[in-house]
Ligand binder design. Structure first.
Ligand code: ADP
Ligand code: ZN
Length: 219
């Protein structure tokens, strides 16, 4: 099962991705998480990526593609994976198609989460993340049990630097200009489905599961 989840920043990709990968037992490949880990480890790639991330810009395609290609060729991806946050440009989508073709694989399903702009802004300002385990929370809709503490691993949760208001606006522009064209790209490949991301995360997940279930039947 090779899946991809797309949507604007704040659409709830990360939350759905966690639910999907737990239910179907496949690795969650999040380009954002990989970059944040590299930054934490203070690697060369991390330092370079951070220059763009803090400004709300995309990390250059070459670096992003190389990081993800390496990850997808690890053994745990042999039986499937869920991509989250990659590809984000047409160039990255081409690179992914080429890589998968080389490995004799293809994507089964692209899930596009649709969310209204108002809700996106509301969600991002309330979003908190755990840098240790990658869990995400929302102070308004999905707070942790204990204030400021990750339910999963007990680390402190924080507002990401790039979730600050100015950076959010920039990320939304980047999404409109560079990532939205992928909807047509995958719709032309006939593997795209739309899911309503305005619902609460459990109802959205039910929709997602329906589409993935249909996929099972086809295999
Ligand atoms: P969100 O989905 O909420 O925007 P992510 O965690 O996916 O956040 O990404 C955070 C930042 O990491 C992005 O704003 C961007 O700078 C960088 N990034 C993540 N994935 C990619 C990608 N595929 N291409 C370029 N930059 C990326
Ligand atoms: Zn945690």
């Amino acid at each position: 099962m090779r899946l991809l989840i797309m949507g604007a920043p704040g659409a709830g990709k990360g939350t759905q991705a966690k639910l999907i990968t737990e239910k179907y037992n496949i690795p969650h490949i999040s380009s954002g998480d990989i970059f944040r880990q590299e930054i934490k480890d203070n690697t060369k790639d991390g330092q370079l990526a951070n220059k763009y991330i803090i400004k709300g810009q995309l990390v250059p395609d070459d670096l992003t593609i190389s990081v993800i290609s390496k990850r997808l060729q690890k053994e745990d991806c042999n039986h499937g994976f869920l991509l989250d946050g990659f590809p984000r440009t047409i160039k990255q989508a081409h690179a992914l198609d080429q890589l998968l073709a080389k490995l004799n694989l293809k994507l089964d399903l692209v899930i596009n989460l649709n969310v209204s702009k108002d809700l996106i802004i509301k969600r991002l300002s309330g979003r908190r993340v755990c840098l240790k385990c990658g869990a995400t929370y929302n102070l308004n809709t999905n707070p942790p049990k204990k204030e400021g503490i990750c339910d999963r691993c007990g680390d402190t949760i924080i507002l990401r630097d790039d979730d600050k208001e100015e950076t959010v606006k920039m990320r939304l522009d980047v999404y409109e200009n560079q990532t939205k064209p992928l909807i047509k790209y995958y719709s032309d490949q006939k593997i795209l489905v739309h899911v309503d991301g305005n619902l609460n995360f459990r109802d959205t997940f039910k929709e997602v599961v329906k589409f993935i279930g249909d996929l099972d039947g086809k295999h």
